[in-house]
Design a protein. Structure first.
Length: 107
């Protein structure tokens, strides 16, 4: 998976198609990601001692990573990414169109 936490992505299919947002979490086992502001679901909470009223809360739910692409804010479009190696032998992500290194993600 070429998407990391902190990347900006654009949704390519589904109800939220065309929406951009930052990746909040990545689950590599299930190939799912959580994107800020995408796939909002409502969840009912029972009353507890900490929250005596209970209520309904909204939060982002996971979507499949195949439904998103990395987003380049400068070019204002989705970009394809390929793997590469820098001078030190460290793995990096390279923009397939321009050949430049893709920055982003939380280290």
């Amino acid at each position: 998976m070429k998407i990391k936490t902190g990347d900006t992505v654009i949704v390519k299919s589904g109800h939220y198609k065309g929406t951009t947002g930052e990746v909040k979490a990545v689950n590599r086992k299930t190939n799912k990601i959580i994107v800020e502001g995408v796939n909002i679901v409502k969840h009912a909470l029972k009353p507890t001692q900490a929250n005596p009223d209970g209520g309904i809360v909204e939060h982002e739910s996971a979507i499949d990573a195949s439904n998103v692409m990395l987003y380049d804010a400068k070019a204002k479009k989705a970009i394809k990414v390929k793997a590469g190696v820098d001078k030190n032998g460290k793995k990096i992500r390279i923009n397939a169109e321009t050949g430049k290194e893709v920055k982003g993600g939380k280290k």
